[in-house]
Design a protein around this ligand. Sequence first.
Ligand code: HEC
Ligand code: HEC
Length: 315
Amino acid sequence: MSLFKKETFVSIGLILLIIFISIQFLRPEIKKRPVTGDIPVPANVKAIFKRACYDCHSNETELGWADQIVPVYWLVARHINTARAHLNFSEWDKLTPAEQKTKLWEAINHAALGAMPRPNYTFIHPSAKVSAADVATLKNYLAGLVDHKPSDTAKVNADALQYQRWIRGDQKITALPVALNGISYDPDYKNWQPLSTSDRFESGTMRVIFGNDIAVQAVKNNHTRPWPDGTRIAKALWTQIIDTAGNTRTGAFVQLDLMIKNTKKYRSTGGWGFARFKTLKMVPYGKTISFASECINCHRPMKDEDYVFTIPIKH
Ligand code: HEC
Ligand code: HEC
């Protein structure tokens, strides 16, 4: 029974303490980086980002005392280094204007959906929680970025006519464009059923989301978590314009996004094959085969809905 002697406890305790103290010196580096170009947003928006995101997504990390203690510190350091690689508000100037637009939207969407910051972080740092009022502030800011000037009527009509021609098949495509991951443009989407329309709050665009027969059937039977293999969902996107009479309508065709469900084939991207085709010429989007990681990253907050944002309207 010597194991239970008081001295044994004391020495085990001492050894643990020595280990604990020694590992404090194993500190992976959180790189000190200069703020080269802080994101230029109004003060009320900045305040939310600073409070909820900057500890991980900026070069102005402020660690609390609890974060400094190993092993918590190891987790924190790893988190910050990966978080900065995904999104760094302090190096906003390194992104192109198009990237800035996407990142900003992605950031606000993550905050609005409660995907960021994660609950395990806000549990320890309650002040980082994003409230409903914060979400409203962020969305308002995005909505204000949309240019609501009336568009040129002649251009509106030309765009509409161009789309009508496209629908009628005047503009024949002989060989179907193929994205780098092997997914080809599917002209059949025009015969699918609309699952929903969506007026994304920020970007002055209009979209219709279509589903093939398998998708429509899945909606009817409530089999959308997960969607069955063979499901095809398309999102057609137009610019949104306001004609001189003040009516909102579709402008130029921007792109067609496709998601094709095949659990095995597309395992690395959540079981969905992603592809995007731009303009009425349906030019495949993506410079390298890994372009789809951009798609799945932004769809990831919807993991519990099988990565699909749209809540389908039942027919
Ligand atoms: C405790 C650290 C931490 C905080 C605070 C935090 N994030 Fe993150 N964030 C991460 C990490 C780590 C990643 C890397 C990807 C992952 O783990 O999902 C990430 C990824 C992201 C991504 C990219 C998602 C992707 O898959 O590309 C966005 C957008 C994002 N965060 C937005 C925010 C916003 C907006 C806030 C504040 C409202 C915030 N984050 C707060 C740690 C944090
Ligand atoms: C910046 C975030 C973001 C990125 C990047 C993104 N999506 Fe989406 N996607 C959305 C949102 C939000 C919706 C919901 C509909 C809407 O509001 O437009 C959506 C909807 C869709 C839909 C309709 C089904 C659904 O989930 O509602 C398809 C198909 C789709 N996206 C394909 C793609 C493809 C392909 C790519 C990559 C080339 C991509 N997406 C990249 C945010 C994103």
